[in-house]
Design a protein around this ligand. Sequence first.
Ligand SMILES: N[C@@H](CCC[C@H](N)C(=O)O)C(=O)O
Length: 261
Amino acid sequence: MKVEFSKYQGTGNDFVLIDNRNGRIAPDNFSLIEKLCDRRFGIGGDGLMLLENADGFDFRMRYYNSDGKEGSMCGNGGRCIVAFAYHLGLVSEKTKFIAVDGEHEAKITNTKDGIQVSLKMIDVLDIEMGDDFYFLNTGSPHFVRFISNHENFDTFTEGKKIRCNNRFAEKGTNVNFVSFQGQNITVSTYERGVEDETYSCGTGVVASAISAGFKTGSNKFIIKTKGGFLEVHFRKISNKQIEDIWLTGPATHVFNGTLTT
Ligand SMILES: N[C@@H](CCC[C@H](N)C(=O)O)C(=O)O
């Protein structure tokens, strides 16, 4: 069977995208998905998304981590699938789609530097504040720790220690390290399901911006990641309730191809 695919990246978080409205890829074909994400034996990607039909929405986003398992919400993936839907002619400047964590809205802007997508994230309703960490769910679970700076900081080693500790070993967590540069922040992330540092993580950047907001009182951040810049803004209702959360940044088409399964 021949299947068309597209490769996209959002600040270096890269994904394989397949239009599966015809249902040709079985959503439980986890070994195929893992193989397609493999950087040596497959196309390569931090994750893979199937775009599917969904009643009452423009489409359904089904997200898999590169280990082939269905993941929780992916912020950069969400922005990339919106750009994919735009290129397919399915949506124009605005869209409403459904993902594993619920409904999302997005706005698309076609700029001289490419497509920018603003994605509305789910409300954050519970935030654990530890002595030296924050733990919150922005669609995916995120552990956030502040560090003095990123110079010579080993995100892979330090992130893996936390992801594999007694608390998180079984279900896993994504782990973010945040440093301040004035009012803005740099974020590096160890991603569960990729089991490596990625160039950027959208839900992680959102979790980091909300955590940074507790320190500065700000509700808007420009975030530097290894793969580029993202912007997050939100409305804080209380320490346990953050609403109207938007993640904005580039969503870039890289190439198309055909795979034979
Ligand atoms: N890259 C993602 C996060 C993906 C979800 C994650 N790895 C998980 O399932 O925990 C993002 O941009 O949010």
